[in-house]
Ligand binder design. Structure first.
Ligand SMILES: Cc1cc2nc3c(=O)[nH]c(=O)nc-3n(C[C@H](O)[C@H](O)[C@H](O)COP(=O)(O)OP(=O)(O)OC[C@H]3O[C@@H](n4cnc5c(N)ncnc54)[C@H](O)[C@@H]3O)c2cc1C
Length: 308
């Protein structure tokens, strides 16, 4: 209920103006966002890599409304990848990309987003790493998976995120559980209607397990993106049941969420990747993190009062 209300409210311009007056250094933003600059993102990446974690970096931005903005996002990724290579942080670090930030919603947006994503995949290959396409609201899923198919012709290691809450996702898992395919499975963070998605948390968990079974039984490279201890335990058991080598899948969590658990899993020998967002455009990302956990809202409200 609160989750839906927050995700719905996030579209109000007034609320966005109020919230974005928070500095990135405020506690609530800094908990989830690694900084505004590429230098800060690289410093945070270096620290995580030093502790044995892998990283996927997201240059924050979504719902781009102009060609210029889409071009700028693509350039920022190319610059980031060059710097990661120079800093010898690849292949430990890869990048995550939202196609809506690359212009997917513009007229002829799929073509524009594909061109930009192709350029970013080329830069990633040169830097010795890979790209994963984030999943956004359900209206974009077909377009994102179509861009993925095109990208994989030239860059077969390009990955994609699937959201277990969508009814369609079991089928998408079957399609993508193929040799060389990298699939990041998450629960799903958008405000979706009952016509396309499970809205009950237990139903979402059950769907997540069904998807896990498909991905972990297949020859692809599953990426289990969840902080949910039960789902992690089930995922690790399924990996053992399928006699998967420990380097044939990975666990993934978000920057700032359950960091002690991330490190504990690394110490047990698991591959763990942290999704690390940076940049100025953190509003949409932050609202989704608040909506996931009611306790975060109080923390957030206190920070608005004390720092704004
Ligand atoms: C690597 C990664 C990439 C993702 N990419 C996408 C994407 O492309 N598209 C998309 O729709 N969603 C994405 N998500 C978000 C995902 O869909 C969920 O909304 C999010 O992970 C919370 O679900 P959960 O599986 O952790 O389970 P939950 O049941 O929500 O959480 C389990 C436990 O984790 C902790 N926790 C979870 N979220 C928070 C939080 N915000 N603050 C504090 N503690 C928390 C709590 O202890 C909670 O009890 C991604 C998540 C990860 C980890």
């Amino acid at each position: 209920m609160l989750r839906r209300a927050l995700l719905g409210m996030s579209r109000s311009r007034g609320i966005k103006n109020l919230v974005t007056r928070l500095p990135v250094t405020s506690d609530v933003v800094a908990r989830f966002v690694a900084g505004e600059s590429t230098v800060q993102a690289i410093a945070a990446t270096r620290q995580l890599a030093g502790a044995g974690l892998k990283i996927t970096i997201d240059y924050l931005g979504e719902d781009t409304t102009s060609r210029e903005q889409a071009d700028a996002v693509a350039l920022a990724y190319v610059d980031l990848l060059g710097r990661l290579r120079d800093a010898e942080l690849t292949p430990a670090a890869e990048v995550s990309v939202k196609l809506s930030a690359l212009g997917q919603a513009l007229p002829e947006g799929e073509k524009i987003a594909l061109e930009h994503a192709h350029t970013i995949c080329g830069a990633a290959e040169t830097a010795g790493t890979t790209v994963t396409l984030d999943a956004e609201d359900h209206t974009t899923t077909d377009s994102t998976l179509s861009v993925l198919r095109e990208l994989r012709r030239d860059f077969p290691r390009t990955g994609a995120v699937l959201q277990a809450y969508l009814y369609r996702t079991e089928g998408d898992c079957r399609d993508l559980a193929v040799e060389g395919s990298r699939v990041r499975l998450c629960k799903g963070a958008y405000n979706e209607p009952e016509s396309v998605a499970f809205t009950d948390a237990h139903e979402v968990d059950r769907a997540y397990v069904r998807c896990l079974k498909i991905l972990l039984a297949g020859p692809g490279y599953p990426m289990l993106a969840t902080h949910d201890p039960r789902l992690i335990e089930i995922g690790l058991k399924l990996a053992r049941d399928n006699v998967r080598p420990i380097d044939s899948y990975e666990l993934q969590m978000l920057y700032g969420i359950r960091p002690t658990e991330q490190q504990r899993l690394v110490n047990l020998g698991h591959q763990v990747r942290v999704y690390l967002p940076y940049g100025n455009d953190w509003y949409g990302y932050l609202v989704r993190r608040l909506a996931e956990r009611p306790a975060n809202v109080g923390f957030f409200a206190r920070s608005l009062v004390s720092k704004n």
